[in-house]
Structure formats: C-alpha cells, structure tokens
Design a protein around this ligand. Sequence first.
Ligand SMILES: *[C@@H]1O[C@H](CO)[C@@H](O)[C@H](O)[C@H]1NC(C)=O
Ligand SMILES: *[C@@H]1O[C@H](CO)[C@@H](O)[C@H](O)[C@H]1NC(C)=O
Ligand SMILES: *[C@@H]1O[C@H](CO)[C@@H](O)[C@H](O)[C@H]1NC(C)=O
Ligand SMILES: *[C@@H]1O[C@H](CO)[C@@H](O)[C@H](O)[C@H]1NC(C)=O
Ligand SMILES: *[C@@H]1O[C@H](CO)[C@@H](O)[C@H](O)[C@H]1NC(C)=O
Length: 353
Amino acid sequence: MISPVLILLSSFLCHVAIAGRTCPKPDDLPFSIVVPLKMSYEPGEQVTYTCKPGYVSRGGMRRLTCPLSGMWPINTLRCTPRVCPFAGIIRNGVVRYTTFEYPNTITFTCNLGFYLNGTSSSQCNEQGIWSPALPVCAPVTCPPPPVPEFAVLKMYKPSTGNNSLFQDTAVFECLPRYAMFGNDTISCTTHGNWTELPKCREVKCPFPSRPDNGFVNYPANPALYYKDKAKYGCHDTFSLDGPDEVECTKLGNWSAQPSCKANCKLSVKKATVLFEGERVKIQEKFKNGMLHGQTISFYCKNKEKKCSYTEDARCNDGTIEIPKCFKEHSSFAFWKTDASEVKPCEDDLPSQS
Ligand SMILES: *[C@@H]1O[C@H](CO)[C@@H](O)[C@H](O)[C@H]1NC(C)=O
Ligand SMILES: *[C@@H]1O[C@H](CO)[C@@H](O)[C@H](O)[C@H]1NC(C)=O
Ligand SMILES: *[C@@H]1O[C@H](CO)[C@@H](O)[C@H](O)[C@H]1NC(C)=O
Ligand SMILES: *[C@@H]1O[C@H](CO)[C@@H](O)[C@H](O)[C@H]1NC(C)=O
Ligand SMILES: *[C@@H]1O[C@H](CO)[C@@H](O)[C@H](O)[C@H]1NC(C)=O
C-alpha cells in the first residue's frame, strides 16, 4: 500500500524536476546584444548573442538555451572591433592615430607646400571603411603671375604645366625710365598666390647744376630719368670732391653732388714724407701742389728719445696746415740728420705696421 501522503509528496517533487529552475538575466558580454533580453527565462527558452554594429566575432553569433539547472552555459562569444585598412602613412603629410579600429578617428596634416585635398580627419566606420575617404596631400600651385604695369617678366619658368610650385620665384624688371618699388622677386606662397608685386614708377631727376670752377655733362634730352648719368669735371688747379659720375636715383635726386675744390700749393720746398704708405720726396711728387683731399704724413723728431714720429696734413680746398713739429732743413745744413732718417719711436711703431 502506498500512503496518499507519499503520492502527494512525490508528485510535488516530480513537478519541480520537470519544471526545473528559471535562468537569470544573461551576462553582459562586451560589445554584444542579447535577444530577447529579460529578467528571467524558463528552462528551454533561447537567447541569441550577436555583436554590436562595428564589432565582429569568429563564429558570428551564439544561441544559448536555458537548461533545467537554471545556469546559462559558458558563453564563448568574443566581439572585437572591426579594423579599417592601414592608413598610417600619407605621402607629403603626417597621420595622427592610435589604432585603425572602429570607432576611432585619425587626423591628417600636410607638409609645407602641400594642401589637404579631402578632409582633415576620417573615422573607421561600422563597416570597417574610412569615412569620409582618405584625403591626399596635393602640391600647392600658383597660376602664372600677374605682371605689374610698366614691368616685364625677366625670369619665370612654370614648373608644372602652366603653374608654379610653392617657393618658385619670378623676377620683374621695370621698363626704362621706371624705377622699381618693392621686391623685384616674387615667390609662390603656401596659399597658392604670389607674394606682393613690386611697382614701377616713372622717375625724373632735375638737370644737374654746374659746379663752381668745373663742369657737368649729361645727355641732351628733354628730361633726365632714372638711371641716367651725369659726369663732372673741374678746371685746372681744382679737383673733384665726390665721384666723377653720378646717377639719377629712384628718389628723383642724384646719387651725389660733386663740387670742385682748390688744390694746395706747398710752402715746404724739400722733405721726405709718407704718402699712401710710401716714402716720397715732396719736391718731386708734389711739385705741382697737392690735390684737394690728399693727405701726407710729415716726419718729426722727438729730441729726448732721439726717434721720429709722423703727423698728418690734409689738403682741404686750397689750404694745408704743415704740422708744427716739422722742421725744414736748409740745404746748407748737411750735417743735420733729416727726421725721416731717424729710427721710429717705439710707441709710433704699431700705427705704422
Ligand atoms: C582632389 O580630390 C578629388 C576627389 O578625390 C580629385 O578628383 C581631384 O583630382 C584631386 N585634386 C588633386 C589636385 O589631387
Ligand atoms: C597652358 O595654357 C595654355 C593656354 O592657356 C593651354 O592651351 C595649355 O593646354 C596649358 N598647358 C597645360 C599643361 O595645362
Ligand atoms: C625679395 O624676395 C625674396 C623671395 O621672395 C627674398 O628672398 C629676398 O630676401 C627679398 N629681397 C628683399 C630685398 O627684400
Ligand atoms: C594670399 O592669400 C592669403 C590667404 O587667402 C591672403 O591672406 C594673402 O593676403 C594673399 N596674399 C597676397 C599677396 O595677395
Ligand atoms: C635724395 O632724396 C632723399 C629724400 O628726399 C634723401 O633722403 C636723400 O638723402 C637724397 N639723396 C641724395 C644723394 O641727396
């Protein structure tokens, strides 16, 4: 005989065994989605794990069934980010990146003289494709340069077809009579334009005036312009103070205003002097006097130290001051030694060498 209580008990146990235990909410797996997602599942119910967009796993997906034990089996799904094609190098530029995986962004910069044709950043998208597409660094080009008014291109060579590349140059020249203001050389910039153009302006100079005691020659034209030249000269016994040729400058004046200055007659009849580093006899070298601007050095004696030193004298518009220390010997005083024959003083040596 079986006790009714026992029957009741065993049918209860039986029910529990057949119904089993429920499974809890399944574990989260990185970068994956669970369908359907609930707080609990009856034994026999199924869930499907798939990777989120942008992530992939080796067998695609995993289908798990809630067992009677109520414990989900171990899930071996591993979702990893999609990897976009290698993009670590860009010609004539630099790429900044950490990895090429979804959903990272990489950025681009181009070297000087190149510009970005495309966007400065690109993202590895859910499909594992760079979006937007990778840019390229294209060389900067400048169109043929404009030519300023009254100028001509003196030097220009396009280096790519009809265009110039970064740092290429072009050189201008002004037409005759025109002076250039600004740089004659322009260069192709990183912006694809040229540096500032120079300007050419007509420049006139006044007729030069004749110097006192001299003359000036210049072209017999109705007007004198930039780069025209004038030549100066002086009458006898005068010499030029300044260059003998001057030029009309871009400022509309002459490069110099030479004048005529009187030459010097020398009161000293005989002496050995220094002239342009050489010992010369004054009576020979300067028998016709000295030209304005010339300098000679006279020898003087230091009686205590029994040595000689020099002092300069310069001809300035007809006047020359003979140094006071200089003593001219009479031709009869043959027993006296001329200062130029005496050994130079010690402290005079360095200035002579
Ligand atoms: C710039 O990119 C566009 C589109 O990719 C292309 O058609 C064009 O030729 C490129 N230009 C240069 C100068 O590379
Ligand atoms: C240069 O320009 C000329 C005239 O504009 C044109 O005929 C020629 O095809 C261009 N050459 C190149 C290489 O672009
Ligand atoms: C003129 O420009 C060139 C390059 O464009 C530069 O190298 C040069 O120094 C400039 N000259 C002057 C006088 O500014
Ligand atoms: C060249 O282009 C840049 C940028 O557009 C501008 O700032 C600059 O003034 C331009 N230079 C000249 C000489 O036009
Ligand atoms: C030419 O004129 C400019 C400005 O008027 C002046 O600064 C310069 O000194 C002059 N040059 C000469 C050689 O006189």
